[in-house]
Structures are given as C-alpha cells and as structure tokens.
Design a protein around this ligand. Sequence first.
Ligand code: F6P
Length: 362
Amino acid sequence: MPKSVTKICGILTSGGDAPGLNAAIRGVARTAIDVYGMTVVGFEHGYRGLIENRYRILKPSEFSGILAQGGTILGTSREKPFKDKIGAFGTDSPSAVEAIKENYGKLGLDCLVVLGGNGTNTTGARLSEEGLNVIGLPKTIDNDIVETDITFGFHTALSVATDAIDRLHSTASSHNRVMVIEVMGHKAGWLGLYSGVAGGGDVVLLPEIPYDIHAIARHLEQRASNGKTFSIVVVAEGARSIDEAALDKKAFKKARAEMTGSIGYRVAREIEAETGLESRVTVLGYLQRGGTPVAYDRVLASQFGTAAANMLATGEYGKMVALQDNRLVGVPLERVANRIKTVPLDHRMIETARDVGTCLGD
Ligand code: F6P
C-alpha cells in the first residue's frame, strides 16, 4: 500500500446540493481507504456536523451505488461558522469556529476535505488560516467558482435546463406565446447563458448585463413581424433591469422585496405590457439541482475526488482541486476565497449568443 502523510481525514458537503456530490465523495473515500488505508470521517450536514461533532466513520459499503445518485449521502447545510453568533449551536463552546477546532483536534484529523461552492471554500480558506489542514473541491450548478474552468453539477443543471427549454418550444409555438423560463444563478449567469444557447433562447437575460425592456420588446416585435409567432426568453434568477442596476444595495433589496413573484414573472409582465404578446412563465428551480448526474459530472467529480485523495496522501493541504485547461491542479484556497466567477462581457459564449441572433437585453 503506498505511503500517505494523511492517516485520518474528515469530509463534509456544504452549501446547495448538486448532482455529482456523491460521485465526488466516492472518489475521495474509495481512494483514501482502498489505495492509502486512511480512515475517513464523514460529517453530517456540512459544517454544522463538524461544529456539533455529528459524524460517522465511512465504510466501503456506503459507496456502492452512489456514483449515479443525486444529492449527498452526508447531507448539507448553509452553516457559515465565521458568520454565526457565539454559542449559536447549542454547544457550550464560545464559538462555532472554536467548536470546529476542538472537534478536529479531538478526532485527531490530519486534514478536512470540504466539497462546496464559494462560501464553503472561503470557510475552508479561513479554517486553513486558523491552522487546520483543508482541501477543497469546487461544487456548484452555478459554475461561479474562480480558478477552475468548471465545477461539477453545472453540466447536469445545464442538461435539465436545456431539456426544459426544448419542451417549451412546442407549447409556445402551439399557443403563439412568449415563454419565459427562469433558471438558477443568482450572481453569475453561466447556466442562463449556456442553456440559452443550447436551447435556442431568443432572449437571454443575465445578472452581468442589466436589461432594457425596450430592447427586448423591439427584438420580440421584430420576430413577430418576421412571422415568428412565439419566442423563448431565458432569465437567470439574478437578472436585473438597467434601472435596478443603478440602485444602491439597500434600495435594490427594498425594490425586490416589494416585487410580486420572482424576476421571471416580472419580465413576463413587462413584455406583455410593452408588446401585448401573451406570455407565460416557468420557474425551473430545484429541478436543476436534483436527480442523477450526467456522465460528464460523474467523471469530473470522480477525477476531483481521487485528485483530492492523492493530495491528502502527499500532504498537499490548503488547496482546492481545479480543472485548468483540461489539467487537474491544486490552487491555493486563499486565491479562491471571497471571489466569484461571473461571465466576462467579452466571453466567447456571449459572442456566440449574439452571432446566432440572441438578444441579451441590451
Ligand atoms: O448555489 C446554487 C444555488 O442553486 C443557486 O443557483 C440558487 O440561487 C441557490 O443555490 C438557492 O439556495 P437555497 O438552496 O438555499 O434555496
């Protein structure tokens, strides 16, 4: 059995669930246990399990059949240990972070592997600064983590959204309607952009490009005058109007709190008011996060998981596994923390969308 610097490691999944999480857990744990003889401690429900010392020693039997299983066998939460109040967890520890450090030490962990998005890897970076050994894996359907070309979960969500857009075409054309579909992606529009191109969206609205309803109306009316009796409008949940983009954070939050329904419903109302074209709305929501991962995500998650286990063995701590130009690398966690990968306005996919005639709301 090859040597390993790490003898016992913890693993947790945190933040929004995503297809591929179980494939990644399987990749880490099988390699760690079967190749290197490590003990793997699975914490339940993200950082909360580590704070409350809720864990189980993972046995090989737990990984049979989970490669294609959605969700996470460990459960998840959106606990933010550095943001939560002192004593917020019913423990007598002075703080969540102190509880984490205490439990990490009591279990004699050599390293903690965290599978999650921006928040999870930022917490991982801060725990690393506090002296814990941490390795991160980039998980999110939003694909908005810096330093990696792609995150697992994205391709499955893209496939779900594209299939939904395909289906909307037939009902839109049968009723001569504008179909608005709202997809996930609060701060970054990767899912909206890629599914809009893949599904042939006529209008695609992204958080990165504040939209002008008059530009949208002109595009839809142009289509109608060219005999196109229906249109598909893809709206990222983080899309906003040019007027909203001019608001400060507080005013924007207030305006959104007063908005009836989510952004997809408002865009549909605005389109109807501007053009008179009958519009309907589909909010895809959590369907983009549920169910079995597509093959690409199973492979990517397995590669990330085994790469993390190899980094455990060599003691390459304080890094996040990433895919860069098709190479698996480890990037320092501090380079990932507190950053988000939004769609650059000169990205090739923006160009592709425009070249095929998509209106991006501007
Ligand atoms: O981060 C992934 C994500 O699905 C976002 O796209 C979405 O806005 C958010 O999580 C929803 O969060 P929650 O699961 O807490 O409702």
